[in-house]
Design a protein around this ligand. Structure first.
Ligand code: FES
Length: 231
């Protein structure tokens, strides 16, 4: 009799049912692991990604309208030359009576190599600005008729920084700017999904600064729940 009871118990909880329950439980754990980082991303404050530079690039009169210049500058005077960065700056003229500039980072949106102008750089026309505090800003006119290209893996961008070919997953990052006492100042860097239009009339899909290789829009952007520190 005890044996018959035991068989009944076994029928009530057959092995297949046990495995089914175990599978559902494991699925729940995995689901939690995937969901938690996504929620973490959703609530992560955007200010975690802000990088303010506050660099004086000198008088706006030194930027010829419609022409790109290669601007090199130090973002941390105490650190010296190792903090020197490069941006591509174009004076777009006036927009509603205010000066408009396009300021592209030279950091490739794929893995961070320095992108280059696809066109001549007029080294002999270099201007060196001595900024207050002994800082030096160098401005060299360039004509990137073919946009910008990355020497590392062939990424290509147009003159608004939109990715046109190769492995980069988004447009070139940009700098915010302000005009103070007639000088052009760089502010925070930010990332860009896509730019529509050109120059002063460009419509820019703006996002908090993302790391190289990171999508900022579309479903792929959900793959980056935690963003490691980057500059
Ligand atoms: S780092 Fe620019 S294409 Fe890879």
């Amino acid at each position: 009799m005890p044996e018959a009871e035991s068989e009944e118990e076994i029928d009530r909880f057959p092995r297949s049912k046990f495995l089914e329950g175990a599978t559902l439980g494991l699925g729940g754990v995995i689901g939690g692991l995937v969901t938690v980082p996504v929620l973490g991303f959703a609530v992560a404050p955007a200010f975690l990604h802000q990088h303010t530079h506050n660099v004086d690039l000198g008088p706006i009169g030194d930027f010829t309208e419609g022409q790109f210049v290669v601007a090199t500058f130090m973002v941390d005077p105490a650190a010296g030359e190792v903090s020197r960065r490069t941006a591509y700056v174009r004076n777009n003229g006036l927009l509603k009576n205010l000066p408009s500039f396009t300021i592209l980072s030279n950091r490739c949106a794929h893995l961070g190599c320095p992108v280059q102008p696809n066109g001549p750089i007029f080294q002999d026309k270099e201007k060196i600005q001595k900024i207050k505090g002994g800082l030096e800003v160098r401005l060299i006119p360039t004509l990137p008729a073919g946009g910008f290209g990355c020497p590392c893996h062939g990424g290509q961008y147009d003159t608004e920084g939109n990715r046109t070919a190769g492995p980069p997953v988004r447009a070139l990052d940009r700098y915010e700017y302000s005009i103070r006492n007639g000088n052009l100042w760089l502010g925070k860097t930010y990332s860009v999904g896509k730019v529509k239009g050109q120059g002063a009339n460009a419509q820019i899909a703006k996002y908090p600064l993302a790391g190289p290789g990171e999508h900022v829009d579309g479903i792929e952007s959900w793959l980056y729940p935690v963003d490691p520190p980057h500059g």
